[in-house]
Design a protein around this ligand. Structure first.
Ligand SMILES: O=P(O)(O)O[C@@H]1C[C@H](O)[C@@H](CO)O1
Length: 346
């Protein structure tokens, strides 16, 4: 009898042993065999290729649109998905094996639709490590998107501006990142490598696509917003607390321009799967690096900055999606010409 991977995984004792939301194993006593199973489940990626494929199939059965561009909306940036037409929305809780979004400002749904005629899929809400999910779980939707056909990804986030020139409301095109959680050995690609997504070891120097960054700068000029569009380096911390002054001072000396709690695990997973990536941070607040400064950052301010910049961010993302679709069409026709000439050679 053929086993459906979704129902198999749902009934698996390994999964039952692990509580992804609390990240806890409280129902098991130390030293019991069940605890060992629970620990094993926590340390290895529960999402097999086949399980992810079955989630992708579940979605494909329910939606006609076949997007090749995916978008992840950061804190306060969920309204980017409202721009889509012919929308088909799936709350995360109805999608088999999706984690649940628990952060205010993250709707928690996958939205399929079209942006100026281009099919896209949008994560209206993402998963953060501080919510209690391991990184491979936070970034599983990227692999599902890949299996649906997505090969270009726009990743957005809200971040604290560490560079002295940055102001709240600035947009920072990400050219690189510092993966502090990775320094500590925490990485979404940890564990057995799934070769069907990508190789074991990946170079990172071209993760943030240069051509896409250049297009974003050109679009910013066309939109007349270049005075507050920057390009810089993002550092990820686990959160949920904002950083101490000493931590921020350390990061500043390391060349970090903006600080956040997401994105990097998604970029690693997408780059591993060969996706083309464009990422930007909306600078939602200034980072305090002075002991005499009484200002305290808060999440409400982060969300408000997103709302303030909503119209311009929608325009930037829409134009980037149009450009990405154009680039994809160009490369598809170049591939056709290549294969035609190969056929001729033979
Ligand atoms: O999902 P993002 O990275 O945009 O959210 C940022 C980081 C924290 O989740 C939150 C702090 O306000 O905003």
């Amino acid at each position: 009898m053929k086993t459906d991977p979704i129902s198999f995984a749902a009934s698996s004792p390994m999964r039952a042993a692990y509580s992804p939301l609390t990240h806890s194993f409280s129902s098991f006593k130390i030293g019991t065999p069940n605890l060992d199973a629970a620990i094993a489940a926590n340390n290895s990626n529960f999402y097999t290729y086949e399980l992810l494929q079955s989630i992708a199939e579940w979605l494909k059965k329910r939606v006609d649109i076949r997007p090749t561009v995916g978008i992840i909306c950061g804190s306060g940036l969920g309204s980017l998905a409202d721009t889509l037409t012919e929308r088909n929305t799936f709350p995360y809780e109805v999608i088999p094996h999706f984690p649940k979004s628990t952060v205010h400002g993250h709707e928690g749904q996958l939205v399929f639709g079209k942006l100026k005629g281009v099919p896209v899929v949008c994560m209206q809400g993402r998963f953060h490590y501080y919510e209690g999910y391991p990184l491979w779980k936070c970034s599983m939707p990227i692999r599902v998107m890949k299996l649906i056909g997505v090969n270009q990804l726009i990743v957005t986030n809200a971040a604290g501006g560490l560079h002295s020139d940055y102001q709240p409301g600035d947009i920072m095109i990400m050219k690189d990142h510092v993966n502090l959680m990775g320094f500590a050995g925490n990485n979404p690609l940890q564990g057995v490598n799934e070769e069907r997504f990508g190789p074991r070891f990946i170079a990172m120097n071209r993760a943030y696509d240069k051509e896409l960054r250049d297009h974003a700068k050109k679009i910013s000029k066309d939109l007349g917003i270049e005075s507050f569009v920057r390009e810089g380096v993002y550092a990820v911390l686990g959160g949920p607390n904002f950083e101490t002054i000493a931590e921020l001072r350390l990061l500043k000396t390391c060349g970090v321009d903006a600080v956040g709690m997401s994105t990097v695990h998604e970029v690693l997973t997408a780059h591993h799967a060969g996706m083309r990536i464009f990422a930007f941070s909306l600078i939602s607040n200034k980072c305090v690096t002075d002991y005499d400064d009484d200002y305290e950052v808060n999440h409400a301010e982060v969300i408000d900055t997103g709302k303030m910049r909503e119209p311009i961010l929608k325009e930037l993302v829409t134009r980037m999606v149009l450009k990405m679709s154009e680039l994809e069409n160009e490369s598809a026709s170049a591939n056709n010409i290549d294969s035609a000439s190969l056929m001729f050679d033979y």
